[in-house]
Design a protein around this ligand. Sequence first.
Ligand code: PHE
Length: 359
Amino acid sequence: MADLEQMTGDWLARIGAAGDLAALETERVAALGKQGVVTGLLKTLGGMSPEERQSEGPRIHALREAVTAAIADRKAALEGAELERRLATEGLDMTLPVAGASEGSVHPVSQVMDELAEIFADLGFAVATGPEIEDDWRNFTALNIPESHPARAMHDTFYFDRKDGEGRSMLLRTHTSPVQIRTMQSQEPPIYVIAPGRTYRSDSDATHTPMFHQVEGLVIDRGITLGHLKWTLETFLKAYFERDDIVLRLRPSYFPFTEPSAEVDVGYTIQNGRRVLGGTDHWMELLGSGMVHPRVIANCGLDPDDWQGFAFGCGIDRLAMLKYGMDDLRAFFDGDMRWLRHYGFRALDVPTLSGGVGA
Ligand code: PHE
């Protein structure tokens, strides 16, 4: 057994000389496979006297370990070299056009959400999110809609049977306004965010689906006025509809969580029987807005004497319909491939302000 050293040297040399993974595997089977040489040596241990086994056992095991480690090292080296070779030889030109027609498309709602994020990012707004399963404190109470308030009934809320750990009723959020509460609770002002997402109300016809999308806007800072709100909305809608002649009309309204509150109408004209946004011939209601109610600010632990702000909430599906010309909201969520092929967007057409957000 004195030639064990010799054997170890030979095997390490053979393993080191394996030129590729297949050759290495051949060496592994020859050494450690069922019929392998090292496996054969291990089997001889059974027939040895206890003294022999005590002296030879550790040497044979050391051989097996050395061979196993050498194979692992060689494998890593060969794989590393292969990766280097591929990195050096395989190129991918990211500027080439996509080959062939790609299946699938970006849903108009996703497209509009991307457009909104792009437009508002340019104005310094971040994107905030909140859960679709909300508690009634954030969806209603903190927004100055107490238990007995008629607005609760108006929202056609889907409730869950279970309450959360704090005994609050759980529901599917009826608007994105609870994200106002979450944002004010978790971030120090100044706050400039939009919060796009799914919302739910028990309602269904050509312009209402039980699940729909809203975008919330929230600004909390010092010295914020209704003027900032109007400018922000005008700038947003001009960029979104890609028209400079968008005119807004702020109509006094009521929301429990804003004071004063304004419903915002946008002017449009009729051209060839179609509604075209811009001008002041006709008006259509587009969104709700107002100055954040001091009580809402206080409910989030901020001092309303220090901090003021505005908020708005707008239907995203509605924005998509107005810009891209769909007239039945229900088709948005039918999953009909023909509709998606017609109205969907190419995945690589990422909206940018410079390219026109709807390009
Ligand atoms: N949450 C309101 C709705 O769903 C919209 C809104 C948001 C109004 C923010 C004012 C301020 O109708």
